[in-house]
Design a protein around this ligand. Structure first.
Ligand code: UDP
Ligand code: MG
Length: 141
């Protein structure tokens, strides 16, 4: 069991003014914010981050969307963080997401779905390492 996961408040949520509301949901769900920063991905960074999806039909649209504006990247800590965060955000498609989940409340559609969450402990560590240096991660310890 891992106690870290990686999250993104995606460009749609930042544009729609939901950054603070989603940040509050993170804290209310008892995650500790190890590190967070606001940034705008280049298309190249978005392609690198989502490389596992490069054969999927939505890849180009997805990387364009993820680099379309500012997002907030976060390293989160909680017991069983990967599963706990996936439960907090809900299903990929907001139409399928449970009531009270972040995607149910803030997503626009299956692509502009407000937040990202790692899908495994291994990917959580890779994704945290993609955006944060070791020194940034110890800043809040
Ligand atoms: N996505 C999309 N169309 C789809 C499925 C996914 O645009 O049919 C986007 C969406 O933003 C999603 C991301 O691609 O969050 C990564 O897809 P994945 O299947 O990994 O979903 P997630 O792990 O984010 O729930
Ligand atoms: Mg995924």
């Amino acid at each position: 069991m891992n106690n870290r996961t990686f999250a993104i408040i995606k460009p749609d949520a930042v544009k729609n003014g939901n950054t603070g509301k989603i940040y509050d949901r993170i804290l209310k769900a008892d995650f500790k914010i190890l590190c967070a920063k606001l940034l705008r991905m280049t298309v190249g960074q978005a392609e690198g981050f989502y490389a596992i999806h490069k054969e999927r039909p939505f890849f180009n649209e997805l990387t364009e969307f993820m680099s379309s504006g500012a997002c907030m990247v976060l390293a989160l800590e909680k017991d069983d963080a990967v599963n706990e965060w996936r439960k907090t955000i809900g299903a990929t498609n907001p139409d399928d997401a449970d009531l009270g989940t972040i995607r149910k409340d803030f997503a626009t559609n299956v692509q502009e779905n407000a937040v990202h969450g790692s899908d495994s402990n291994e990917n959580a560590e890779k994704e945290i390492g993609f955006f944060f240096s070791q020194s940034e991660l110890i800043a809040n310890k």
